[in-house]
Design a protein. Structure first.
Length: 287
């Protein structure tokens, strides 16, 4: 059987008791390490689990999944996922491959906390969230703005938008590849400040007011850990906010933000008077 096991958001202790028991008995244990990362390294996981872990990068999962699934119809294989197993379509694809395998490979999923639910720690109601979007690192020649259309749809309904920020783990250096060498770039993790700045940059082009300077937003970092941090303000405020080490996410507040949500979120504001002024002018009574 293939066990797809959610590890939660922070460290090695977030795994469920059921998940840990399976990990310790499985024939092989893989850790998917590119859609998200834990706040601890491989050695710390292995020490806690009491066994070795095979790192499964993007290439292995997407191009060599047969290696992961080998003998899984006869033996137990554990595939570990940061957060919740089905928060990323990558893991749905792996489960589908098990169904299509000959003979079919039985699967079992063990859920856990993910950013999709942990973001409720901001005080924003999960019932009031619309479509989740992703923000990638801009380059000089590539600044995709398709996220803006989904944010606009959410904004039209007064809903909050969770923005998942780009991470680059084991990304090949394209210039080196052109010379026939395989060299990987150092890991990079987008910050709330970078995300807010890119949203403001796209707003300058679109000019629809969806991601304007005075749109209220909440930045979060390392949710679920002892060092979690939450900062609220306008997008302009967050474009210069420092939330420390990764992982970061951002929520753009919908105009139907309830008074109870405002009362909770304002405690995280970098400038509470400004936050209250914008809320009363643009959000209060819109729900």
């Amino acid at each position: 059987m293939l066990y797809i096991i959610g590890l939660g958001l922070a460290d090695e202790r977030d795994v469920s008791v059921k998940g840990l028991e399976i990990i310790q008995k499985a024939e092989r244990v893989y850790l998917e390490a590119y859609t998200a990362v834990l706040l601890v390294d491989q050695k710390q996981l292995e020490s806690y689990y009491g066994r070795s872990v095979i790192i499964a990068d993007r290439e292995m999962v997407e191009s060599h999944s047969d290696d992961i699934l080998a003998d899984a119809h006869e033996k137990d294989v554990a595939f570990l996922v940061v957060g919740d197993p089905f928060s990323a379509t990558t893991h749905t694809d792996l489960a589908l491959r098990c169904r299509q395998h000959e003979p079919p490979i039985p699967t079992r999923t063990l859920p856990n906390a993910s950013i999709l639910t942990a973001v409720g720690a901001t005080g924003l109601s999960l019932y009031n969230f619309g479509q989740t979007v992703s923000m990638v690192f801009f380059t000089e020649s590539w600044k995709p703005s398709s996220f803006y259309d989904r944010v606009a749809e959410n904004a039209g309904l007064g809903l909050h938008t969770l923005v998942l920020l780009d991470i680059k783990v084991k990304e090949p250096d394209l210039k080196a590849m052109a010379r026939g060498k395989i060299i990987y770039e150092p890991p990079r993790f987008m910050t709330v400040a970078q995300c807010a700045s890119q949203m403001l940059e796209v707003e300058e082009e679109r000019e629809q007011g969806v991601c304007g300077k005075e749109r209220l937003a909440v930045g979060v970092a390392r949710l679920g850990s002892e060092g979690e941090k939450i900062v609220a303000g306008t997008l302009e405020d967050l474009a210069s906010a420092d939330l420390g080490p990764p992982l970061h996410s951002l929520v753009l507040c919908g105009r139907k933000m309830h008074e109870m949500e405002w009362e909770y979120v304002r405690e995280f504001a970098v400038d509470q008077a400004k936050f209250d002024r914008v809320w009363k002018a643009e959000y209060e009574g819109k729900g």
